[in-house]
Design a protein around this ligand. Structure first.
Ligand SMILES: NC(=O)c1ccc[n+]([C@@H]2O[C@H](COP(=O)([O-])OP(=O)(O)OC[C@H]3O[C@@H](n4cnc5c(N)ncnc54)[C@H](OP(=O)(O)O)[C@@H]3O)[C@@H](O)[C@H]2O)c1
Length: 332
């Protein structure tokens, strides 16, 4: 089977991308609880970029095939998963196995989502991680009874889903981006509160808007100084939820007074831990709710380009040049 192979980690992202090879590999043998999926599509996510740089919390023995999620049809199965053959699935692959950037990939039965018949398979390729993350982050804001939330990396697909969910819950959103063109793009879509983190008056604007809208949940996918600015701008009794580290920098500039005297807290969010807390029926209920809304077009992952395995280098360059433009899908 044709696969994208990473021979070695490289912190320099361009070198890491250029080192990717297309190889013919043996179709893997399956354990009892595993299935073989014929790949329909697999996306490129920030976690894949961090992974090929050796900067993600999953480090595999190399050479290995990248790709942590994908969609497809089950074509073979171990003896405990035989009933799943021919099912359409979204799958998550964060084991030590090869990933989803290949003609076929292996997933554990427990990491599969059996899809509803009407689910679009491109949307399904981006289903196991981002929609659930947005759902869970929105749950945090709802439990906190926040009237408004602040989010950075607001051109991202998670952020777009959060905006839709916030609208459903009549919650305001303050959106922070790092590029003027992303700010313009969001405003063109009618999105009201958009701030550019590079503006000279950014901190003042953020503070006054956060207090005016009573934003008490901040969702941080970036880290660094920006996380501190968000934390400090928010009202008393607020929570900064850190769920991504796009800047690669530690949280900084967190105001001590807010932590000691204003009852402000910082927490971390990881989808896998959230998922572990749910039993199968609770997870299925959320999954069906999300699938219904994807099928009806209410929730959507924007896809900017589809590439074959052979065009992986060009696809990754396109994605890194315009991450806010939408996902790149790899289709073998
Ligand atoms: N904790 C979890 O369980 C979990 C689960 C899912 C996703 N996540 C995280 O959620 C975040 C968004 O993921 P996604 O798939 O929605 O992303 P995406 O659609 O691929 O877009 C990435 C976004 O990040 C922005 N960005 C990249 N580097 C940045 C930086 N240094 N400073 C500010 N903005 C930056 C990009 O803006 P430009 O266009 O300006 O480059 C773009 O808007 C990522 O951090 C991801 O790791 C976490």
């Amino acid at each position: 089977m044709k696969s994208v192979v990473l021979p070695a980690y490289n912190k320099n992202i361009l070198r890491a991308i250029l080192s990717l090879e297309i190889q013919e590999k043996e179709v893997p043998k399956l354990n009892d609880d595993e299935v073989l999926i014929k790949t329909h599509a697999a996306p490129v996510n920030p976690s894949d970029v961090a992974f090929i740089q050796g900067g993600y919390n999953i480090v595999k023995q190399l050479p290995a095939v990248p790709g942590f999620e994908g969609s497809g049809v089950i074509v073979d199965a171990g003896k405990n998963a035989n009933d799943l053959i021919k099912k359409k699935v979204s799958a998550f692959v964060q084991t030590n196995h090869d990933g989803s950037w290949a003609e076929y990939f292996v997933a554990r039965k427990k990491d599969l989502i059996i899809l509803q018949d009407d689910m679009d398979m491109d949307q399904a390729a981006c289903f196991t991680v981002n929609p659930f993350t947005a759902y869970a982050l929105m749950e945090i804001a709802l439990i906190r009874e926040s009237k408004a939330i602040v989010q950075n990396a607001a051109g991202a697909q998670v952020a777009a889903l959060i905006r839709t969910m916030a609208r459903e819950n009549e919650m305001e959103v303050i959106n922070i981006v790092r590029k003027a063109e992303t700010a313009a793009f969001l405003k063109q879509q009618g999105i009201q509160h958009v701030l550019n983190q590079t503006d000279d008056t950014f901190e003042e604007q953020l503070k006054s808007l956060s207090l005016q809208l009573q934003a008490t949940t901040a969702l941080d996918a970036v880290g660094g100084e920006l996380a501190g600015q968000m934390f400090n701008a928010m009202a008393d009794d607020s929570e900064l939820v850190v769920y991504g580290g796009l800047s690669g920098k530690p949280l900084s500039g967190i105001g001590l007074m807010g932590v000691i005297f204003k009852n402000k807290i910082i927490s971390g969010f990881n989808l896998m831990d959230w998922k572990r807390e749910l039993d199968t029926s609770e997870f299925e209920q959320v999954s069906n709710e999300l699938q219904d809304k994807i099928i009806s077009g209410i929730y959507k992952t924007e896809i900017q380009e589809t590439v074959g395995l052979d065009q992986i280098v060009q696809g990754l360059k396109t994605y890194l040049g315009n991450m806010s433009g939408g996902k790149i899908l790899i289709k073998p």
